[in-house]
Design a protein around this ligand. Structure first.
Ligand code: NAD
Length: 345
């Protein structure tokens, strides 16, 4: 074991079926008198139900993917007009992102109630889009003070969405296991997060609690470490080619892992052990295939003629990565992901 730095990020986590009932008490604890409840359109009824638990709450159901600044500005008008003193985001990464964007501007306390496995609720990271460009910042005031994980809220998350969202979460733990700034505590959480999710995804009808537990761990390690090649590629493919977030993570993950396999043997052994597979890359691919997940970039909207430009963008300002980044290597990786070739090993 080498030397390391461990920084625990403060967050109060309330976990378990039915725990949403404690939302009012939690808002009270954080001194919220006029909270704004944030959802996307689909989760609007959930937001209205939650508002009944807290007197003085207002709802806003305009949250969308990638936290556009225009939406945040609309919500900020409500914040100013109503004297909002805290936010409660109920939904996936889109709703949580809007809560973070408001907290960044106001330093209001936040409660996040995640209904997908994306993991944003456990990180001090905010990604926002303006004029087609995404900027990312990290600040302690961006991290939600309280997170309520209530598996009952995930019962209606359709299985295909649950699978890709779960693989998105697993990707955080995979990259935490070979992160430059990893440490033994984070690796323990990452391995357990992969184990819990990989075990739960094939039997979601009775494993929603375990899946959400895994998502919590995966979100925690995302907040605590720097991500590498896999997240860089997904950022490029989502940002410049408009590919869907969780599906892109799902397709790319086995190929990014194969790319890094030789450079991070200890991480690979832990990923394989968590999956109960012989090898990390093919183990991830086989899990996804068994779950009926998307396996090809072609199938989620990538055009073959854009692969060269994607490779150029990915190598232009690479994140730190255990294996050296080469243009040829990345182009081959993208080609394998485009066609959905099973990684060897
Ligand atoms: P999302 O929040 O847009 O949700 C995806 C879809 O699932 C939506 O249509 C939503 O209405 C639906 N949905 C959510 N919960 C549901 C439920 N319980 N039942 C039925 N439908 C439900 O997407 P996401 O994948 O959760 O999050 C992706 C976003 O989060 C991206 O913008 C990504 O960049 C961001 N993100 C940020 C971080 C961070 O640390 N900053 C981390 C992970 C993801």
């Amino acid at each position: 074991m080498g030397p390391f730095v461990f920084t625990g990020l403060p967050a109060r986590v309330i976990f378990g079926p039915g725990r949403l009932a404690e939302l009012g008490a939690e808002a009270d604890r954080l001194g919220m008198r006029r909270p704004l409840i944030l959802t996307g359109k689909q989760q609007a009824p959930l937001g209205r139900d939650a508002a009944k638990l807290i007197s003085g709450a207002t709802t806003f159901d305009g949250a969308v993917m990638h936290t556009p600044v225009t939406v945040t500005e609309t919500a900020m008008r409500i914040v100013r007009e109503r004297g909002v003193d805290g936010t409660i985001a109920i939904g996936g990464g889109s709703a949580v992102g809007l809560g973070k964007a408001i907290a960044w501007r106001t330093n209001c306390p936040q409660i996040a109630v995640p209904t997908t496995y994306a993991g944003s609720e456990m990180t001090p990271i905010l990604g926002e889009t303006a004029d087609g460009a995404k900027t990312t910042r990290r600040d302690t005031k961006i991290q939600p003070e309280t997170v309520i994980y209530d598996p009952e809220l995930t019962l209606g998350l359709p299985v295909p969405l649950s699978v890709t969202s779960g693989m998105n979460a697993i990707a955080h733990s995979v990259e935490a296991l070979y992160a430059k700034d990893g440490n033994p505590v984070i690796s323990m959480m990452a391995e357990e997060g992969i184990r819990a999710l990989a075990g739960a995804l094939p039997r979601l009808s009775d494993a929603r609690t375990e899946a959400l537990y895994g998502a919590w761990l995966c979100g925690t390690v995302l907040g605590a470490t720097g991500m590498a090649l896999h997240h860089k590629l997904c950022h490029v493919l989502g940002g410049s080619f408009d590919l869907p977030h969780a599906e892109t993570h799902t397709v790319v993950l086995p190929h990014a892992v194969a790319y890094n396999a030789g450079a991070a043997p200890e991480a690979m052994a832990r990923i394989a052990r968590a999956l109960g597979a012989r090898s990390a890359a093919s183990g991830l691919f086989d899990l996804e295939r068994a779950l009926g997940a998307p396996l090809t970039l072609r199938g989620i909207g990538m055009r073959e003629e854009d692969l060269d430009r994607a490779a150029d963008l990915a190598v232009a300002s690479p994140y730190w990565n255990p294996a050296p980044i080469t243009r040829d290597g990345i182009r081959k990786l993208l080609n394998d992901a485009f066609h959905g070739r099973r990684p060897e090993g």
